[in-house]
Design a protein around this ligand. Structure first.
Ligand code: MN3
Length: 247
């Protein structure tokens, strides 16, 4: 298996906060049931907005997290609240079972907003302040060398996927059938979306890069390649290695 059903790291934190939110809602509204709490919660960053400078500026991080990511979470919660059939489903379940959603409009809403919440939640974890994310080493480095020839060749392939994605989307390093592969997806699609993205792009995401303009435009304007180059300085290799080992 690709490990598609493994629980992402952030789910645990979300659960803790959800429980707190549920408790709070019961205090403020005595008649309310715990399940009235939002199904999904915007995860806090584990570093400050300015922590990724100069690679990614504080204002971009703030808008990206507090407005864009928060927007996906709000829309997703509103969608779940309006559709009882979705209640109790995990984020992983929502993104990996989209074809089972019969209603086309609902499927599109989930694709964008469950996808957006999943993608951004892992993206924040895949970044770390310069010097704190460790380096590419050990079994992950060996696997990258074996799949791409060298770490440099991997970086070139990943950067090419990120630079050539037309419009908005993501570049990914994935584990597919026991091998590492670089793919890219449009909009908020991701490699877990069975039946949505081409089969060749499916796998377990180990590293992702958001190449929507909202991720870089304030600082880099049209210079997406410069943003991609700077990204390498803030990759959290410890997190990538953890995903590689857990896959
Ligand atoms: Mn984004």
């Amino acid at each position: 298996m690709f490990g598609l059903m493994t629980t992402p790291h952030f789910d645990r934190r979300s659960f803790v906060k959800l429980s707190a939110a549920a408790a709070a809602s019961m205090v403020t509204a005595p008649g309310a049931f715990a399940q009235d709490a939002p199904a999904f919660v915007l995860p806090d960053l584990t570093y400050k907005f300015a922590a990724l400078e100069p690679s990614i500026d504080a204002r971009t991080m703030e808008i990206h997290h507090d407005k864009h990511h928060a927007g996906y979470v709000a829309k997703l919660n509103a969608t779940v609240a309006e559709n009882p059939s979705l209640k109790g489903k995990s984020l992983n379940e929502l993104v990996s079972t989209l074809p089972s959603v019969g209603d086309e409009t609902l499927r599109a809403t989930l694709r964008n907003n469950a996808g957006g919440h999943w993608n951004h939640s892992v993206f924040w974890e895949m970044l770390a302040p310069e010097g704190e994310g460790g380096k590419l080493e050990g079994p992950l480095e060996e696997a990258i060398q074996s799949s791409f020839g060298s770490a440099d060749d991997f970086r070139k392939a990943f950067a090419a996927a990120a630079a050539s994605r037309f419009g908005s989307g993501w570049a990914w390093l994935i584990m597919q059938d026991g091998k590492l592969k670089v793919v890219s997806t449009p909009n908020q699609d991701n490699p877990l979306m069975k039946g949505i993205v081409p089969a060749g792009d499916l796998g377990t995401p180990l590293l992702g890069l958001d190449v929507w303009e909202h991720a870089y435009y304030l600082n880099y304007q049209n210079r997406r390649p410069d943003y991609i180059k700077a990204f390498w300085k803030v990759v959290n290799w410890k997190d990538v290695a953890r995903r590689f080992e857990e896959k």
